[in-house]
Design a protein around this ligand. Sequence first.
Ligand SMILES: C[S@@+](CC[C@H](N)C(=O)[O-])C[C@H]1O[C@@H](n2cnc3c(N)ncnc32)[C@H](O)[C@@H]1O
Length: 211
Amino acid sequence: MVKLMPYYRNRNPVTNTLKTVTERNRTMNKKTQAVLKSLEEEAKEKGNPYWIISRETGEFLNKLILEKNIKRVLEVGTSVGYSGIWLAEALTHTDGKLYTIESHNERFKMANKNFKEADLQDYIIQLKGHAPDVEIHDMFDLLFLDATKIEHLSYLIAFLFHMKKNGIIVADNALSHEREMKKYKDYIFNSDQLESKLIETGTGLYYSKII
Ligand SMILES: C[S@@+](CC[C@H](N)C(=O)[O-])C[C@H]1O[C@@H](n2cnc3c(N)ncnc32)[C@H](O)[C@@H]1O
């Protein structure tokens, strides 16, 4: 029997993510780090008024982009830009671009300010509108869904046409909003086009790969 060393025994997506990001934090632009920290503190103090993802989920997405050398990302639900900063920070290393959709005027503007302060504006295209009714002229490697949970299936169906071969779709709130996500879950686990799994990171993620 092969005796595993502690490092290998402990290997799981979350542990690996934390290790890599801890290492990468040393090289992350200070302005980017400062904006992330300030949004995290605000969320902690005020009860997450802008519904930002957990840091753990941000780290997971960041690492996913780096590992798979992802270049084009579409996000539905920018809010004030916290997840967008994690996504775009990784895209600075792959020379990619984030397209992110937000329907709320004030949050759209706040995200714009945060992206500039984080020094990431060159890697982000903000789209103002109500998904899926937003015109998009690009193809994506990664789709991140974090808007109105009961509408996630409609975003998925509409934006599947904009996904590249072997593209990845990640939807947040799989565990925190089980009821609202039921139709989405049923669809992804019964689709011949997708290979899906649940990842117990943050509030739960549905991870699907186009096959
Ligand atoms: C959970 S928050 C997004 C949080 C963000 N991803 C983060 O972690 O920083 C959801 C956002 O989606 C926006 N939203 C909801 N439905 C939308 C739609 N159909 N199209 C565009 N934006 C939408 C809301 O206005 C809200 O700001």
